[in-house]
Design a protein around this ligand. Structure first.
Ligand code: GLC
Length: 390
C-alpha cells in the first residue's frame, strides 16, 4: 500500500502545480492513508452486503459501516486519485435505495440498513465531481436515475412551503430526525426538531443538488436540464427570502410555523456563501462573523463561542468539525475573502498537524486537541480539499 500511496501523492502534486511545504506533504499523506485504512475488510467467514466493492467506513474500528454523507465526502476527495474507489462508494449506497427513493443513513456490514431516514444530500454534487474527473456515460446514466428518485424523495416527503426540512419515516422518534440532519446533538435542534424547521445547510445542499442534476441532464443530452436549473433558482430565492434575518445579521434556521429564526448561530450560516447565492451585503455581514472572537474566530466551532450552549469539547455543541468548518471556508473563499479563508485554513491544518496521534473526528475548539474517534475519514477528505484547492 505504501508505494501505491506514494504514487498517488505524486499524481496529486503534479495536478496542483505548486510545490507543497513539508506540513502539507505530511498531512496529505496522512489523509490518504486514513481513507485507505478505513476500507472495511471482508470477514474471514461469510461476505459483506456490498460484495467485492470496497466500502470506506468513517473510522475503523470504531464506526464500522457505510454512512451516507461520510461516503460522499470520501468520494469527492478520492475522485481525484482513485475514481473507481470513489464510484464504488456511490454504487454501494445507491444499491440500497429504498422504494420511496431514500438513500439510507447507514448500511452495516451485517446487512442492516437504516432506511427510514437519509442524511444531508451531499451525494448529488459528489457524483457530479466523480463524473467531472472521470466521465463515464453509462455509469452516469444509472446514477442519474437513482439521484432523480432521491430528489423525488426529498420533494415529496421532506418539503414544506417550497423549502426542505429533515425528518424520519416509519418508527420515527426525535433522535432519528436528528440523525437525518447529520448534526445529531447540535443545539440547533434543542428547542425545535429539524422536522419543524427549514435548516440552512439542507436547503443550500438542495440548491447544489438541483445544479448537479442540471449538469448530469446536460451531459446525458436530456431536455430537463433547464427545469433543474429553474428549481435551483427558485429554491435559492426562497432561502434568501425566508432564511436571512436582518435583525440577526445572519442566515438562520427558521421555524416553519411562524418564520422565526432559532437564534442558534453555527457554521451552517455560511452555506449560502458556499453555494454562491448570497448578495455582497449579506456575504459581508456573514464574513464579519468569521472575524469576531465571540462568534467563530479562531477555530470555527460548531456553535458560536458566545452561545449559552457552547461547550468546547462536546460533540456538536462546540468542537470544531472539519466538514462543518468547510462550509465557512468554501463560502469565504468563493466570495473573495481570501486572507480570512487562508487564516482559517492555516489554523485548521495547524491543529490537525499538531495532533500526532492521527486525524480526529472533531477537535476541541479552544485547545485544538483531537476528540472522538481517531483516523476519521471526513477530516481526511477536507484536508485534501483545502491543501489542493485553496
Ligand atoms: C455521527 C454523526 C453523523 C455521521 C456518523 C458517522 O453519528 O453525527 O453525522 O455521519 O457519526 O460519521
Amino acid at each position: 500500500m505504501e508505494t501505491t500511496i506514494e504514487k498517488k501523492l505524486d499524481a496529486l502534486w503534479r495536478v496542483r502545480g505548486r510545490a507543497p511545504d513539508e506540513r502539507e506533504k505530511a498531512l496529505l499523506r496522512r489523509a490518504l492513508l486514513t481513507l485507505y485504512g478505513n476500507i472495511i475488510p471482508a470477514p474471514a467467514l461469510g461476505t459483506l452486503p456490498w460484495g467485492t466493492r470496497r466500502a470506506i467506513a468513517p473510522a475503523m474500528p470504531r464506526y464500522v459501516g457505510h454512512w451516507n454523507w461520510d461516503s460522499a465526502f470520501s468520494a469527492m476527495a478520492l475522485a481525484r486519485v482513485d475514481a473507481p474507489l470513489a464510484r464504488e462508494q456511490a454504487e454501494i449506497l445507491f444499491a440500497a435505495q429504498a422504494e420511496n427513493g431514500c438513500l439510507p443513513n447507514v448500511i452495516f456490514p451485517d446487512g442492516r440498513v437504516a432506511a427510514n431516514r437519509s442524511q444531508p444530500p451531499v451525494w448529488f454534487c459528489a457524483y457530479r465531481e466523480i463524473d467531472r474527473r472521470d466521465p463515464d456515460d453509462a455509469a452516469l446514466a444509472d446514477a442519474y436515475g437513482v439521484l432523480c428518485r432521491y430528489e423525488a424523495f426529498w420533494r415529496t416527503r421532506r418539503q414544506t412551503g417550497g423549502l426542505f426540512r429533515y425528518d424520519a419515516d416509519e418508527g420515527k422518534n426525535a433522535s432519528l430526525v436528528k440523525f437525518e440532519s447529520g448534526w445529531d446533538t447540535s443545539p440547533r435542534w434543542d428547542e425545535t426538531l429539524p422536522d419543524a424547521l427549514w435548516p440552512i445547510d439542507l436547503n443550500c445542499y438542495m440548491v447544489e443538488a438541483y445544479r448537479s442534476l442540471a449538469y448530469m441532464a446536460k451531459r446525458l443530452g436530456r431536455s430537463e436540464a433547464r427545469r433543474w436549473t429553474a428549481c435551483a433558482e427558485t429554491l435559492a430565492a426562497l432561502v434568501n427570502e425566508r432564511l436571512w434575518h436582518e435583525e440577526s445579521g445572519a442566515y438562520m434556521d427558521t421555524v416553519i410555523a411562524d418564520g422565526r429564526p432559532t437564534g442558534v448561530l453555527t457554521p451552517a450560516s455560511f452555506m449560502p456563501l458556499a453555494v454562491g447565492i448570497a448578495d455582497a451585503a449579506r456575504a459581508e455581514k456573514t464574513a464579519a462573523l468569521a472575524r469576531a472572537p465571540q462568534k467563530f474566530y479562531p477555530l470555527m466551532p460548531s456553535v458560536s463561542y458566545d452561545a449559552p450552549q457552547y461547550a468546547s469539547g462536546d460533540y456538536f455543541r462546540g468542537p470544531t468539525w472539519m466538514n462543518l468548518a468547510g462550509m465557512a471556508l468554501d463560502g469565504l473563499h468563493r466570495y473573495g475573502y481570501t486572507a480570512l479563508a487562508a487564516g482559517y485554513r492555516e489554523r485548521l491544518l495547524g491543529i490537525c498537524a499538531a495532533e500526532t496521534r492521527g486525524l480526529f473526528e472533531y477537535y476541541d475548539s479552544r485547545t485544538g486537541e483531537g476528540r472522538g474517534a481517531c483516523g476519521y475519514g471526513w477530516t481526511a477528505a477536507f484536508l485534501i480539499h483545502w491543501i489542493l484547492d485553496f
